[in-house]
Structures are given as structure tokens and as C-alpha cells.
Design a binder for this molecule. Sequence first.
Ligand code: ATP
Ligand code: MG
Length: 409
Amino acid sequence: MKMNNTFIKTLREAPKEETSTNGALLTRAGFIHKEMAGIYDYLPFGIRVLEKIKNIVREELNAIGCEEVLMSTLQNPEPWEKTGRFSDAEVDIWFKTELASGGTLGLAPTHEEPMVEMLKNYISSYKDLPLAIYQFQTKFRNEKRAKSGIMRGREFLMKDLYSFHTSEEDLDRFYEKAEQAYKNVFERIGLGDCTYETFASGGIFSKYSHEFQTFLPVGEDTVYYNEDRSLVFNKEVFTDEILAEFGTTKGKFSETRAAEVGNIFKLMLKFSDPLELNYTDENNNLQKIYMGCYGIGISRAMGVVAEKYADEKGLVWPESIAPFKYYVVGIGDEGAEEAVKIYKGHEELMILDDRDVRPGEKFADADLIGIPYRVVISEKTLAEDSLEVTSRATGEPKIVKIDKFLSNL
Ligand code: ATP
Ligand code: MG
């Protein structure tokens, strides 16, 4: 990408009403544009980060046998009425809209009901199971507060996965695989050492669900952890009674703030029962299908990474999800010429800052945008057939021979 070819402009100041760090920095660096509270556009840098996170999730889920779909956003109320969840009293974050031909539709806040309804067309026998189906989809939620930048949107990108099983044991087996896939995802997007699997309340049929919580001072949740963080509890399960089950007590725990980046949940028969999702077994008897659901907040995860690693100069992306790996700046005529040569053929890997502005301004933008490595070519480095590579995370500069740099790309 060439800076001269993009419409994005970095901003020295964030809009006043953008109070969150992630919202302010992502706006200033040209990743997002705010339409309204909790409603954001994703610009070219922003999409690249989302796509990289999506691809990591996709790889991990495909590796455990999941299949990808894309379901509709507009929702037929019928299956939701069968579970009682179309009612605003039951689910208080619906956005709803009217059909010109009459009748109300919903804008999906999640997809259990339509997923189950759809699968009734495809599952009939035990031979069709197990199944694990996921999508990346925009969800709509009429959230009361939306002050955390892209960490809480009224429109946001979620990965939702649903699994279907002939027995509870088979659900348990898959649940463990999903747990590991989630750990891999958070590790790969740079949140491995600050994200913990927590015990959360489990609803009606299973005792606990699990959340993946990233410890973060501006996180909206409160969690409790013991010294070695082998046990982390959400607020709603942090009771004397539950802690006793784990052979521990409140005094052994500290409180901290965290952001929920994902969760996994054994739904058991909660949706297959009312929506009548069944299969026939080997003896031709009708049986119920056990379900699990597994969410990751893709756009929230992007906000959490932005928030977690930001410093006083701007964003600091882990290489795995950075929009580009290198930010290339040529100084002087010769430097600029050589920068163009280096950039050629590496458009997916590099931003070439070919603008007619001072080097200092380019460096400031490289830091603000948070590209992992800044590459500077000047008369001085060229005298040694070299360039200077500076890590955004450590600030450490290295002189590298141009040949060697190019052959290692
Ligand atoms: P929260 O408690 O933060 O409202 P939730 O329990 O409503 O989350 P789920 O319905 O399980 O979340 O959604 C799955 C995932 O989607 C969450 O783990 C979170 O990462 C993400 N998510 C939920 N609500 C939002 C939102 N308003 N904006 C961005 N991401 C969200
Ligand atoms: Mg919520």
C-alpha cells in the first residue's frame, strides 16, 4: 500500500467524544470511523486487522472439523417465538424492523434459533452427526451503554459456532477441542499471556459455562483470580458456596477488571427441545440433539489488542494481526528511489510512505498506526548497502544489508 494512494488521513487529535483509548487511537490512526455511539465503519487498515483475526479463527476451527456458513441478518420471528426469545421482555437488546408487506423482522443479536431451524433440513439420522458449524457475522444489539469504542458495539462482528451431538459425552469431547482451539486463537492474536478461561454461570442445564477474559483495566467485567491464575471466576459465580466446591475460599482471590473476548457454553437441549431438532438412531428411534455454542467477539478482540498494547505514541500491533508488517520510509532522493524498489512486489507486506512530508511526520505516523517494523533507507544506510529496521514494540534499531532484508521477506 502506498500512503499517497489511500484516502485515509491520520489525525493528531481524537474526536472529543471518543473517550476510550482503543476508539481514540483507532480513529486517529485511520482504522475506524465512528458513525454513532457503538456504531463504527472499518477502513482499509481496520479491515485488514479484522480479516487477519478471522483467518486465524478460521484456521483453528477448520482444524477441529468445523464448517463455515454465512447466515442472514434479518430474522424470521417464528423460531424465536418458539423459544420465547423474540419477546423484548425476554431479550432486551433487539433491534426490530417492519416489512413493507406487513409483519415484524428482527436484526440478529445471535443465531441459535435460525441455525437450529436451518439444520432441521439437513440432519435426520445419527449418520449426519456430529456437526460443528460457524460463521463470521454482524450482530445487532441495542446495548444501553456503548462507551468502550469497538469493544462494545451496537453493531459488531462475532464468530459464532454451534455444535450438534448425539450424546452429552460427544458434546463434552468437542467442547474440549473447542477450548483448545480458543486458547490457540488468543495465543496467536497476541492475547495469550493475559487471557484466562474463567468459570461463569451456566444457565439451566449445565453448571458452568466458560468465558475467555482478557485482564484489562478498562474491561467492563470484574473477575477474581487466585495467585497462580489456575482458577478465575466471574462475579456471578464468585460465591462462598461455589468456591467451597473447588476447595478454596474468597480470601485466596484478588479482584481485577477484564474484557470478555469469547465464551463457550453447553446448551444441551435448550434449543433443540423447543425447536424439535431431532435425529433417528440405529434402531430408528427419534432422539434429541445435544448442542454447544461458542462465541468470539472478533471486533472486540481487535479493540482489546489495540487497548492492551497501546503506548504514548500510538498502537502497537502483534505481527500476526498487524495490517502490514513493514512501514517503509526513504529519506532523500536516493533513499526514496531505493524505497520504491524495495516496496515493489511486496505490496501486501509493506506500506510505502511516499508522501511529500518531513521524515519526522512519517515516523510519527508509523508509530501511531503501529506497524511492527519501520524500515528507513537513507544516503547514510545506502553507503553501506543497508537499511535500518526498527521494532515498534522495543524501539530497537538494527542495520541490515538490503540483500539480506529482501531474501528474508
Ligand atoms: P457481554 O457480557 O460483554 O455483553 P455477552 O455475554 O452478551 O457479552 P455473547 O452473547 O456470548 O456475549 O457473545 C459472544 C461474544 O461476542 C462475547 O464473548 C464478546 O466477545 C462479543 N460481544 C458481545 N457483545 C458485544 C458487543 N456489544 N460488542 C462487541 N462484542 C460483543
Ligand atoms: Mg451482552
